[in-house]
Structure formats: C-alpha cells, structure tokens
Design a protein around this ligand. Structure first.
Ligand code: CTP
Length: 425
C-alpha cells in the first residue's frame, strides 16, 4: 500500500486536515432522482478530498438531474447506472463493490427509493447493491414536505430507522424546489459529510463488552386507564443501544418503548419494574447507561377500577418515592464497571449535573438543558454537556442523538481501555 503524503495544512472549507482522514474507506454514493441530486457532486468531491474511495451509483431517474460523467470525473471512478449490460468479468463488478463498501450513503434519497428500501425491492442497480451489501447505509431524505409527512413515507422511514443497519440524516426546514416551505430539504452537504465521517471514524470497538441501557419514561399507574408519566420518547436510549450494538457490544435494552431489535429488549412500564430488570442484569454488565427518565414518585395505591369523576369533586393523589435505581447501583458498582447517568435540567445545568455525578457516584453524566426549544425530549437531536468523574468536561453542540451515542461509545471504549491498564492489587 502506498501511503499518501501528508502535509498538515488545514483545509479551511471542510475542516479536515489534508492528511486524508477517510483514507482506505470505500464509500458507495447512491443518488436517486430528485433535484437535490445536483449536490451529490459536492458530496462526492468532499469525500474524495477527505481520502475516501468513492463510487457513484445513479438510479435511472437520477440521470435526469445529473450526468454519470460528472460523477466519474469527480470521483475518479467509473459511475454506475445500468443493472444489465456488457461486463468485462464473469462476476458482476457492482456486486464486488457492494461487498467491499465500508459505507453506503444515499443522498438524496427520494420517497420512492425509501419505500423500495423499506420493502426490500431491488429493481435497479442501486437498490440491488444495497441488498447485496452488508455495509451500513446512511440515507439523506429529500422531498416535498407534504410527501415527507405522508403516512406511507413516515412508516417507511420508521421501518428503516428501526433496522440498525440504517441511519437517517434528517432533512431540514427550508424552501424546496417547488417553492413550498417546510421540512424536506436535504441536510446540508456539511451535515452529511460530518455524519458520514463520524460513522466511518467511529472505530473504537466495544466487542467483548456487555452493556445495559435503559430507555424511555416510566409510567406509574393511577388506575387501569391513567398514569403519571413524562415526556421521554426513548430515542436517546435506543440510539445508545443501537450504537453500542453496532460496535460489537453485547447489549440489553430495558425500555418502556417496545422496539424490535437484534439484541434483547426487556419492556417495562414502572420504575419498580425497571429496577427489577436493571438489578437482575447489572452484575453481568460492564457498563450501565441510564438514559431513562424514571418517575421519582408513584401513587401510593393504584385503583383496580377506573376512578369516576362522579365519585367526588376533588381527587387527591398520595404519592410515595420510587427507588433511585442509578443511585443504588452507584453504591455497589465494582471498579471495573462504568455507570453513565443523564440529567435533563431546566436551570443551573452545570451545577445540577455536577452534583448528581458526585451524589450518585457516577463515572459520567450527560446533561442537557430542556429549556432550549426543538431539542431534547421527543426530538431526534440534542445538545449536551458531558462531565467525567475525573473532572474532564466537554460540550457537544446540537447533533443527532445517534451522533451523541457514538461519542459516548468512544468514551466508554476509552474508559474500558484505561480500566484494563489499571493494575489489580
Ligand atoms: N434515575 C434513576 N432512578 C430514579 C430517578 C433517576 O435511576 N428514580 C437516574 C436517571 O435515569 C438519570 C439520573 O438518575 O440517569 C438522573 O435523573 P434525574 O431525573 O435528572 O435526577 P433525579 O435524581 O431524579 O433529580 P431531580 O428529578 O430532582 O432533578
């Protein structure tokens, strides 16, 4: 292998050092037929400049918007379009390419293409290559806002999001080609490149590690109909479990949200059920990541029958404290176990998170300010601070929860490396 010469000159536009961070990575760039296809040239160019070996695959409709020749010239590799045709070799070249790709990026991904991926249809070269490849697939949807909100598209996207092989780079708000405004515009080229780079550079493995992750908000029943709950969607915990699974960890997810995954998911409802599940798994795990929003109080009694409003004018609920799961486990954790807690605060984020880190004997706490609109609860994105028990602090700007999860996986991998190097007396 010939190493590319590295000069440390910084490429100011893309933020990459010019020593090719994506060197040795093969990216298959799928392009489907939408107006955002014109941005695929920029994406291909930036990936190539970052060192990646880029191979473009266009759907027949993509050729209406952009030419294979442009992509061939920019990637310096023959762009592929035809599923059938003359081939130099007995083995179809594109199948080899599909097998060796480190990552498939589809930008733009139209509603039609997303539907095909969700259903496993492979009626053109790109969809066939996706099905023939074991690689991670990142898709950057781009379409009219009404099409994005259509129940069929939402359903198809949720199918892909629930398959751990797929990452969706969310579309943005803005003016789309037809002049409408709304969410549907493809994520910016910079956002797409950052997501791809984060995925390809997430090299620290968690194989051999057992991770216990909690997700969602507990529900404390008042009667058979009502409960005390909270706004947690479970997205952060599920992203964390998916990311760790992707790094080879043996993951168990304890969740109030039922999701189908390739790893075990224990579905619970109340804080006490979550406590039972977490306590029974904790001893065998190397790390506990407690993203769940656990109700601090539950009704002292639960009515077996629906409480009728005709019963009385006022209803007084007596509440009793729930166990603090992470606090209890923080007291008994072994030196080789790592516990990460979360703190969603509406004020004094830094001091509240610092206090919780110490009080609960955590190794790491991830704090976020819930007063910031559009991020946090229910959102796909968050912006967080990360405080370590050794005093290290960092803050991550707004980014997808999956990107935060990947960062936490790196942090865990580094912690485990440090634990393994610590002499046992
Ligand atoms: N936690 C827990 N059990 C509880 C409450 C919280 O394990 N009964 C965990 C959460 O999963 C989170 C961390 O503790 O990782 C911090 O949760 P948070 O609700 O922010 O802290 P509390 O201690 O409940 O403090 P407060 O609600 O008063 O801010």
């Amino acid at each position: 292998m010939t190493m590319k010469k590295s000069s440390k000159k910084r490429d100011s536009k893309f933020g990459f050092d010019s020593f090719n961070p994506l060197e040795n990575k093969t990216v298959l760039l799928g392009i489907s037929g939408g107006i955002a296809a014109y941005k695929a040239c920029d994406i291909a160019s930036m990936l190539r400049h970052a060192g990646a070996d880029v191979h473009a695959v266009l759907t027949p409709n993509a050729k209406e918007f952009i030419t294979p020749l442009s992509l061939t010239t920019i990637t310096r590799n023959q762009a592929h379009c035809e599923q059938y045709g003359a081939q130099a070799n007995w083995r179809p070249e594109h199948i080899d390419l599909a097998k060796k790709a480190d990552l498939i990026l589809i930008a733009p991904a139209t509603a039609d293409l997303i539907a095909k991926l969700a259903a496993g249809i492979c009626d053109d070269l790109l969809t066939t290559m996706v099905l023939a490849s074991p690689a991670k697939v990142m898709i950057a949807p781009a379409m009219n806002p009404v099409m994005l909100q259509h129940p069929a598209t939402k359903h198809n996207l949720s199918i892909l999001e629930n398959r751990y092989r797929y990452d969706v780079i969310p579309p943005e708000y803005g003016e789309v080609a037809c002049g409408d405004w709304g969410t549907g515009k493809m994520a910016s080229v910079d956002t797409i490149i950052a997501a791809v780079a984060a995925r390809l550079l997430a090299h620290l493995t968690l194989s051999t590690k057992r991770l216990l992750v909690t997700a969602g908000g507990t529900r404390e029943p008042i009667d058979p109909v009502r409960f005390i709950g909270n706004r947690s969607s479970g997205k952060m915990g599920i992203a964390m479990a998916d990311a760790a699974h992707g790094r080879g960890a043996d993951v168990t997810l304890v969740s109030t949200v039922d999701v189908e995954r390739a790893y075990p998911v224990i579905v619970v409802e109340t804080a006490q059920e979550m406590q039972d599940a977490v306590e029974s798994e904790f001893d065998g795990c190397d790390a506990l990541v407690m993203t769940a929003a656990v109700a601090d109080f539950r009704p002292l009694t639960t009515s077996n029958h629906k409480i009728k409003k005709t019963d009385s004018e006022d209803l007084v609920l007596e509440l009793t404290k729930n166990p603090d799961i992470i606090d209890l486990l923080g007291r008994v954790k072994r030196k080789d176990q790592v516990i990460i807690g979360f703190a969603a605060e509406s004020e004094a984020l830094l001091s509240n998170a610092t206090q919780k880190l110490k009080r609960k004997n955590l190794d790491v706490i991830v704090g976020n300010d819930i007063s910031v609109p559009d991020i946090g609860f229910g959102s796909d994105d968050n912006a967080v601070i990360i405080l370590n028990s050794d005093g290290a602090k960092e803050s991550l700007p707004r980014m997808p929860k999956r990107a935060i999860a990947e960062h936490l996986c790196d942090l865990l991998a580094e912690r485990f490396q440090a634990i393994e190097k610590t002499p046992v007396h």
